[in-house]
Design a protein. Sequence first.
Length: 166
Amino acid sequence: MTENFLQRRVIIPLVKLLRQGVTPEKLALSLALSAALAVIPAFGWSVWLCGLAGLAFGLNLPAMQAVNYVLYPAQVLMLLPFFRLGEKLFRAPHLPLSVSQIVSMGRANFWGAIRLLWNTTWHAVVVWALLAPFAVGLIYLVLLPVFRRVANRQSTAPPAAEAGVA
């Protein structure tokens, strides 16, 4: 089930992008940058940041937004670690909250939650901004050889093999 989903929703679309002429370098950068932007510890920003980065660097916007969408659970999971690291970096008081409490606060009083979490959030964003370039570099370095290998296979494969005919 997972393998079929991964094949249909991730691998095949990426191979199609490479066949359409997206370079391995651009695709690796699109995915690496969007993965880092997707986990920013400020809800609602990642969509805009992915769009702006994609336009600024001429990257693949659909691939970037797909990664952003898929990594939304990771953004939620990374929220508290970024909050805690921000508290340590800025020697700020510990705010004893869980993700579910933060979501409940936002639903009950959105602007009140923003006011209460303002310092904690910007501290977390600073930590994210310090770590994100390393994450982009690492993800890029992992993905680039994979995409180059796939692109080379696609360019050397006979037309019948590309169409799935054995």
